[in-house]
Design a protein around this ligand. Structure first.
Ligand code: TRP
Ligand code: ZN
Length: 478
């Protein structure tokens, strides 16, 4: 089945709600905060995302994360130091980071010891001095412990996932808080420098470019990874294991770094071999590849029940097929460069990445997107197994709840929205729309309303019937 390896499509799990805010505790902290020269107030403990209200935090925006992490697959213990450079958007007497599990050993703000307390996955930090609006400040959090993955009722997991001889980190939607403290909502993207120190003999891979690989002299190797372009925290990854590493570049010169877990086909298989060609294809269809690096991480099969488009370096469980490699690559434009404003906007990720699969197929000997669209309408699974799913169960712009953001309508009905636009606009305008959308929102965030307004402006068409029937309408468009 085409969709094997992406069982998220049909998952029906309910994502565990995060702990309620400790309003009383925060008020107590504020009133205790006297004697400070600047007047600040607590930053909000969540960004009120419609589906993950406690994800992210108010009052500041992060510019940069430096994560210095040491991990030993032998005992599964992670030692971390996070240095978070952020800008205060209000006067702050305290602010929150999202962080779950692990032990916090100490927090400093601007080099001075800061008080902190923890409630659920909220780490509240009270700096010695209040922070002024516009102030750029540095927070350091030292921590350690055995990270615990978050697990969904359907058995799928996210966060830090230990395996037999290593570990893999995947964060969509809220798993990154299991291994580093941060402002864990896609609306706050930042640059990253991640150094992973591991016992000699292990490889350690993250996003972006490998700046250095250093023998630390104490039986360990330190891998320093750099992402200059903004990354949403759910797209940050870390992979530790015995890997076969391959480097190279695409025909147009994008550096490639691919790591394949021991026990899997060493080269990652024939689909991954086409990644350089796919990157060039994507650049032609969607505009320049948005990042300084590309590649893949192939974890041992069964590590996860899904793949994730972690920035520049998607994580696959076992050797991926062509559709999956193309899908996760397409997310680099749709989701990673143009990121959702909230978790409600997931179809902007999944509908687009799925439609990219359809486009790739029709140009490489597969069924046309039109044929696939018709097969979905007819429930004909001979063209696409997904046609047999409940793809029309709800309108993709309004998933009923957080458990539905990765359900099949978000992928398939989302892709069909794009095909409907293409039918109305014709190929020339449609592809100009895709390229314009990516260029206009490069390294930013966008919502469904941003897209519908942009599509009408760019094509000059009134597409309200498409939005009503396909994006928002409760009735099945069948
Ligand atoms: N984004 C992944 C993909 O496209 C699927 C996925 C993994 C996902 N974890 C998720 C989607 C959590 C929504 C929420 O293949
Ligand atoms: Zn996807």
């Amino acid at each position: 089945m085409r969709l094997s390896g992406r069982s998220r499509v049909s998952r029906v799990s309910r994502v565990t709600r995060l702990a309620a805010p400790a309003v009383a505790a925060l008020l107590a902290l504020t009133t205790a905060c006297t004697g400070s020269t600047v007047q600040g107030r607590p930053g909000a403990s969540g960004l009120r995302d419609p589906y993950f209200p406690k994800a992210g935090n108010g009052g500041y925006q992060v510019d940069h994360y430096r994560l210095d992490l040491a991990y030993d697959p032998g005992d599964g213990v992670l030692h971390g130091k996070a240095v978070i450079t952020a800008r205060a958007e209000q006067g702050l007497s305290s602010f929150n980071l999202d962080f779950s599990g692990l032990k916090v050993e100490g927090v400093t703000v601007q080099g001075a010891g800061a008080r902190f307390n923890r409630t659920g996955s909220e780490l509240t930090v009270r700096p010695a001095d209040d922070l002024r609006t516009g102030e750029v400040f540095r927070t350091e959090v030292a921590y350690s412990g055995k990270p615990k993955a978050l697990s969904d009722p359907d058995g799928s997991e996210e966060g830090w996932i230990p395996v037999e001889d290593g570990a893999f980190a995947v964060g969509e939607p809220v798993g990154s808080m299991t291994w580093f403290p941060g402002n864990h909502h896609p609306s706050d993207k930042a640059a990253y420098d991640i150094t992973l120190t591991v016992p000699k003999g292990y490889e350690a891979v993250s996003n972006g470019l490998l700046r250095s690989r250093t023998d630390t002299g104490d039986g360990r190797t330190a891998f320093a990874w750099h992402s200059a372009e903004p990354v949403a925290s759910y797209l940050v990854t870390a992979a530790v294991g015995k890997f076969t590493v391959a480097t190279g570049q695409t025909p147009s010169g994008v550096p490639l770094y691919t790591a394949v877990a021991a026990g899997e086909a060493e080269d990652g298989g024939p689909a991954l071999a086409r990644l350089p060609e796919m990157v060039e294809w994507g650049a032609e269809r969607f505009g320049p590849y948005p990042f300084a690096a590309a590649g893949a991480i192939v974890a041992p099969s069964e590590t996860l029940a899904y793949a994730l488009e972690t920035q520049t370096r998607p994580v696959f469980s076992g050797v991926p097929n062509e559709e999956l490699v193309l899908h996760e690559l397409a997310h680099q434009w749709f989701g990673n460069s143009v990121s959702p404003k909230s978790w409600k906007d997931m179809w902007l990720n999944e509908g687009f990445a799925t439609y990219a699969e359809w486009l790739w197929a029709e140009e490489h000997g597969g069924p046309s997107a039109q044929r696939r669209f018709e097969a979905f309408l007819a429930g004909d699974t001979s063209v696409d197994a997904g046609a047999g799913s409940d793809w029309d169960a709800f309108p993709p712009a309004v998933p009923p709840g957080p458990e539905d953001i990765s359900a099949s309508p978000v992928y398939y009905r989302g892709a069909m929205v794009l095909h409907r636009i293409r039918q109305e606009a014709g190929d020339a305008k449609f592809f100009a729309l895709l390229r314009g959308w990516v260029a206009d929102h490069r390294h930013g965030n966008a919502s469904t309303a941003d897209f519908t307004a942009y599509a009408e402006r760019k094509t000059g068409l009134d597409l309200s019937k498409v939005w009503d029937a396909w994006l928002y309408g409760k009735d099945s468009p069948r």
